[in-house]
Ligand binder design. Structure first.
Ligand code: ATR
Length: 289
């Protein structure tokens, strides 16, 4: 029907004004010819569920089909859904909700962060993870989303290093059964040892301007060192990595890849990510300049 209203989505979080997701999804929609309108949904810290439910119920500007969820609501989003994908279940956190009707089973919670991270490392950065030694720093929501998909890529070892050891241990215990091909362990950052091929920073330390939580000897020569943050928040980690002979990578590629996977969950169509990542880098560089 011509003139039909677009299907609506949004990124729900606090804050959301700087989110790049509306730009990314607008590019995906344009590229794939999908009729999609993607906005921002600022949720008060104490009213995530009511804000999302109100958004989902208002079809005046087009049918509302789903949302992405960002900090600090990924755990609440997981709780809110009627159904969860296995990867969301493993992470105990969701970054994607699909508002399926009750007669379709109800709202579905998914977590596309880890798949996005693995695709960015393997396809965009060109580092196959199979047989590699991987260090994952952090054991919060960001690390929880990443661990399952990282293990599915079958590194030879994967060490989760976290300031609060018990959180790393809990995360590792929850993933023991997917770690068949991988030696999986939990430690504190000072115990990390040396010579990892891939080092992933999934902590909030850079946001707080804190020191890098691990010693530089964790970096094998030519290692890939990826911070899940981007922009100014990733700068310290990337400078540290480059200064110690590693190849630094920010979280923009992961951001675009997790968005592409969410777009697929909603629309059943896989967008091309590389032109969108290039456009996003250019857009952010222009803003910074
Ligand atoms: P997110 O959802 O972004 O992962 P989170 O769940 O609050 O946020 O987790 C933050 C992570 O960053 C945790 O691993 C946290 O370590 P603790 O579990 O010990 O709190 C880590 N983190 C935060 N500040 C840090 C710092 N200054 N040094 C090292 N790790 C830090």
């Amino acid at each position: 029907m011509s003139g039909a209203l677009p299907d609506r989505y949004a990124v729900a979080g606090h804050p959301v004004e700087h989110s790049q997701s509306p730009f990314i999804h607008a590019e995906f929609a344009r590229q794939t010819g999908q009729s999609v309108d993607y906005g921002r949904l600022l949720c008060p810290l104490d009213a995530f569920a009511t804000t999302v439910r109100a958004f989902a119920a208002d079809h005046s500007a087009g049918p509302v089909r789903g949302c992405n969820v960002t900090v600090p609501f990924k755990f609440e989003a997981f709780e809110l859904a009627a159904r969860r994908t296995p990867r969301a279940e493993r992470a105990q956190a969701a970054n994607t909700l699909r508002f399926d009707r009750d007669d379709e089973g109800g709202w579905l919670a998914d977590n596309t962060d880890g798949v996005g991270l693995v695709r960015d490392i393997e396809r965009n950065a060109g580092m196959a993870l199979a047989g590699r030694r991987v260090l994952l720093i952090g054991a919060g929501g960001a690390a929880a989303g990443a661990l399952g998909p990282l293990l599915e890529a079958q590194p030879s070892s994967l060490v989760v290093a976290n300031r609060t050891l018990s959180k790393a241990q809990t995360l590792v215990a929850r993933h023991a059964d997917v770690a068949a091909a991988t030696t999986l362990s939990a430690i504190t950052p000072d115990q990390a040892g040396a010579g990892f091929d891939v080092v992933i920073n999934a902590t909030a330390s850079s946001l707080q301007g804190a020191d890098i939580p691990v010693d530089a000897r964790v970096l094998a020569p030519g290692a890939l060192a990826l911070d899940m943050m981007y922009g100014p928040a990733a700068k310290g980690f990337l400078a540290w990595a480059e200064a110690h002979g590693a190849s630094g990578r920010d979280g923009l590629g992961m951001l675009v890849e997790q968005a592409a996977e969410a777009f697929f969950v909603w629309r059943g169509v896989r967008p091309e990510t590389s032109p969108v990542l290039a456009a996003l880098r250019a857009r952010l560089a222009a803003k910074a300049g």
